[in-house]
Ligand binder design. Structure first.
Ligand code: ARG
Ligand code: ASP
Length: 721
């Protein structure tokens, strides 16, 4: 079937489920009808209920930034490989390299404690807008408004009933027009149960990241442990597996094009309601600058990692995290252009303006909004650029400077609160230094430093610190020479020296650091930033926030016929759509599913990214797929659908119309990475690993089939449509 690409683009909004990341509490009111029409077979109450057990009880925020779900009555948790990655990396050594070789516990006693990893569940949520905005008026200055809201929130927390082990979270939605309360509980004793080797869990690595067709078995498993009463508790050998109020049954029925799907999880951040000017700023100014900076640091790290396996282990998680955003920004820049985000936004704003102009009341209330917002974004642009440049070069990509920044907060504690506080902090810093140095290689960081310094000197303004960096480099005869000087003379990259320093008195620590060349370098740039950039941002940002809040509210009034979802803010959301291929450009179209055959097509023996383990090749040879095969005898690997997801949705369960687990969300397609700013239903697809592949790998590849016994597998439940 040949698809007319342009026609589909135009019709997409009508043919496909609408975009949106919806609040579970409001599903019944806002979405249930629509979802049923699209195929949902259970009720909104089954998905979310404030009192009775519901699907939401099986879903948690995993480790602060991803999503996980419980798939057994004994607290077995499924999330992505890349979400468990740093925990797995922390547990790995050259001898026991779980990143490289994978791991499967053979029973509960060999589940490995993963210190620091958390799982946060939502007990219930509530709309607290009226209380949060009590005594807040439109005419208030932003600062007064915020302090009134802070007071209100504190009061709401005092008045809300919760159990001892629960916590309360109150968050703004719709740019501060509404507030919701979440009662949560966070488990802190998680143990690593298993993961495939990287050649499966990270197959295709950075080359395939953000790209469809995809062949990654991106999953890992943990188990949640609780105290004897089933409540969250710090790690204790004799903690017991957590028994959730609800866990997810797993469907072996597979998926077909057009099937209804939902993704339930914790999307981190989107900005779907920005003006064209703001979108242009991201796509044309900030993204390109950040991409260019990371281009440099990534190439340098990659060079070192390919030469030395020990460096590879130390840097693989850091590299993956820097590379991930780098590639996403690249895709976002391109997607905004290709799919004409600015035209779409401009048309929308023109329609807004026209409607406002036609109505005296609206004109009075909203007539000035857009022009003022546009102007403020223009005013803010150089300073936002400076902020991003500073944080990318000095904090995100360069470890020695980031370390200087965190040591500085220690000295500040000393200056402010004296020696007693300092001594306390000093104790905290020992474990932090240990974990820092475990994965630190000064020679890598030195090379990155030289590159970052050069970029800073070339691309920022004299008063933001470019001048200083330029002069320093000249003093030593170039950027590499400046880097060498700093790395030879600073205590920060030197484990022994730095640890020895922290046995000294607070005065001595402060005095030494204040003279340290790396510290001085960071401090000079930071001072320039604090003096010449930060005040401007502090002046402009609140004005933007105010107008953005008003613009959000105005859109909801002006486009009464439209349903608005709140931008993602790391709170629990549900999104729904359909299993669907897509056509990103003329004559090109993608199917919705990949299989193990595709893994073998990509296989490059011994390759850094595309190697395939012998055992998986054997299973492919013998077609030993068991109950996990498709009806035509292939092994499904991944599939795509039109669910509106973002970062943070990784690890989120993909559910079928009955709420059974069919897959595990882990990514988006390249052409649609602009979806955080401009979701386009024709182009944007989320990528999930098929749960049949997950079970196949656990069972046939990993030999950990015993884990399936605690799961609830369902089959033959799907009626023919
Ligand atoms: N792009 C996905 C997400 O944003 C997956 C990232 C992990 N994979 C990687 N190669 N870095 O998190
Ligand atoms: N890979 C992302 C995550 O880790 C998901 C996405 O951005 O689509 O949450």
């Amino acid at each position: 079937m040949k698809k007319n690409f342009l026609l589909l683009l135009l019709l997409a909004p009508f043919l496909l489920p609408a975009q949106g990341m919806w609040l579970p509490l409001l599903l019944e009111k806002q979405n249930e009808k629509d979802m049923k029409a699209l195929g949902l077979k259970i009720s909104a109450d089954d998905l979310y209920h404030g009192v009775d057990p519901s699907v939401k009880d099986a879903i948690c925020m995993f480790d602060g930034g991803c999503t996980g779900e419980v798939i057994s009555p004994d607290g077995l948790l499924l999330t992505n490989h890349h979400c468990g990655f740093s925990a797995i990396q922390q547990l790995s050594t050259l001898e026991n390299n779980y990143i490289e070789n994978g791991y499967w516990a053979t029973d509960r006693s060999t589940e490995l404690p993963a210190p620091g990893v958390t799982a946060m569940f939502v007990s219930r949520m509530e709309d607290v807008t009226a209380l949060a905005l009590q005594n807040v008026s439109e005419s208030m200055a932003e600062r007064d408004r915020q302090s009134q809201i802070d007071k209100n929130i504190a009061q709401i927390k005092v008045n809300t009933k919760k159990e001892k082990w629960e916590e309360l979270l109150i968050r703004p939605f719709y740019n501060g027009n509404q507030y919701f309360l979440f009662v949560t509980q966070t488990f802190k004793d998680l143990r690593f149960v298993g993961a495939p080797p990287s050649s499966i869990g990270k197959f295709g690595s950075d080359t395939d990241n953000w790209v469809w067709p995809r062949h990654t078995g991106d999953f890992s498993m943990f188990r949640i442990y609780a105290d004897k009463d089933g409540h969250p508790a710090p790690y204790q050998v004799d903690n017991v597996p957590y028994h959730p109020r609800q866990f997810l049954p797993i469907s072996l029925d597979g998926i077909e094009e057009g099937d209804f799907t939902m993704v339930y999880g914790f999307p981190g951040r989107t900005d779907e309601y920005l003006t064209a000017t703001a979108v242009a700023q991201t796509g044309e100014v900030l993204d390109p600058a950040k991409v260019a900076i990371r281009d440099r640091s990534l190439k340098i790290m990659d060079g070192f990692m390919r030469k030395d396996p020990a460096v590879k282990i130390a840097y693989v998680a850091k590299y993956a995290s820097i590379a991930n955003a780098w590639k996403k920004w690249l895709g976002e820049m391109q997607g905004l252009k290709t799919y004409k985000a600015l035209d779409i936004k401009n048309r929308y704003e023109a329609e807004f303006t026209q409607r406002v102009e036609q109505n005296a009341d609206l004109k009075y209330r909203f007539g000035n909004l857009l022009p003022r917002l546009r102007q403020l974004y223009k005013d803010q642009e150089p300073y936002i650029f400076a902020r991003d440049y500073y944080s990318e070069t000095c904090l995100r990509n360069n470890e020695i400077l980031a370390q200087a920044a965190s040591l500085n907060s220690l000295i500040e504690v000393f200056d402010k609160n004296g020696a007693v506080f300092f001594a306390q902090k000093q104790r905290d810093i020992a474990p932090a230094l240990n974990s820092f140095f475990k994965d630190y290689r000064p020679e890598v960081d030195e090379a990155v430093f030289a590159a970052m310094a050069e970029l800073y000197a070339q691309n920022t303004k004299p008063e933001w610190g470019a001048d200083f960096v330029q002069k320093e480099a000249a003093k030593y005869g170039g950027f590499p020479q400046l880097a060498a000087h700093i790395f030879q003379n600073s205590v920060i990259p030197n484990r022994e020296k730095l640890q020895a320093l922290f046995t000294e008195s607070p005065d001595k620590v402060a005095e030494t650091l204040r003279k340290d060349p790396a510290f001085v370098f960071w401090k000079t740039l930071n001072d320039a930033f604090q003096t010449n950039v930060q005040p401007k941002l502090q002046e402009i940002q609140p004005q933007i926030n105010l107008l953005q809040r008003q613009y959000m509210a105005a859109q909801m009034v002006v486009f009464k016929e439209k349903k608005f979802f709140p931008d993602a803010n790391s709170t629990l959301r549900l999104t729904y759509g359909k299993v669907r291929g897509f056509s990103p450009r003329d004559a090109v179209s993608y199917e919705y599913q990949t299989t193990l055959d595709g893994v073998m097509e990509k296989y490059i023996p011994g390759d850094y990214e595309f190697d395939v383990p012998q055992k998986l090749r054997d299973l492919w040879q013998s077609k030993d797929y068991g109950q996990y095969a498709t009806p035509d005898g292939r092994l499904p690997v991944a599939f795509i659908a039109s669910n509106h997801t973002t970062g943070g949705n990784s690890g989120s369960p993909a559910l079928d119309a009955r709420g059974n687990l069919i897959g595990l969300n882990f990514d988006r397609v390249w052409e649609g990475t602009m979806s955080d700013l401009n979701y386009n239903p024709a182009i944007c697809r989320n990528i999930m690993v098929d749960v049949r592949y997950v079970l196949f790998i656990v069972d046939k590849f990993g030999g950990a089939g015993y884990l399936l016994q605690e799961m609830k597998l369902v089959k033959g439940k799907k009626k023919k449509r």
